[in-house]
Design a protein around this ligand. Structure first.
Ligand SMILES: [Zn+2]
Length: 110
């Protein structure tokens, strides 16, 4: 499609603005709200990951939302214990034992 190259400049502009925002703030989830409802009349039958895609910016919002929700899951690691071996906060408890997700160091209380 020749339309793709026209879109490319705008997509580049949006992604550059987004990375500029990411450098300024810890919570960029408002970008998803701003972009997800944008409708492009030329895009009537577009789908991404089973969801209707009303526009390219809405597609960017879907991808961003996916990454942000994954980030929230990994941020749970911030509340884990400190590993005495590698100094990462990636120690999980498993019964009487602990295991580090980063280096594999494990210790059991008897
Ligand atoms: Zn470790």
């Amino acid at each position: 499609m020749s339309k793709d190259s026209t879109h490319q400049a705008y997509v580049t502009a949006i992604t550059r603005l987004m990375s500029a925002i990411f450098r300024k703030t810890d919570d960029a989830s408002f970008i998803v709200e701003q972009l997800e409802n944008i409708k492009d009349p030329a895009m009537t039958n577009s789908y991404w990951a089973g969801k209707n895609l009303p526009s390219i910016p809405a597609g960017i919002a879907l991808i961003l939302d996916y990454h942000l929700s994954r980030e929230k899951e990994t941020s749970k690691y911030n509340h884990m214990d400190l590993c005495e071996e590698c100094n990462n906060h990636t120690v999980i408890k498993d019964g009487n034992c602990t295991a580090c997700l980063s280096c594999g160091f494990s210790k059991c209380n008897k």
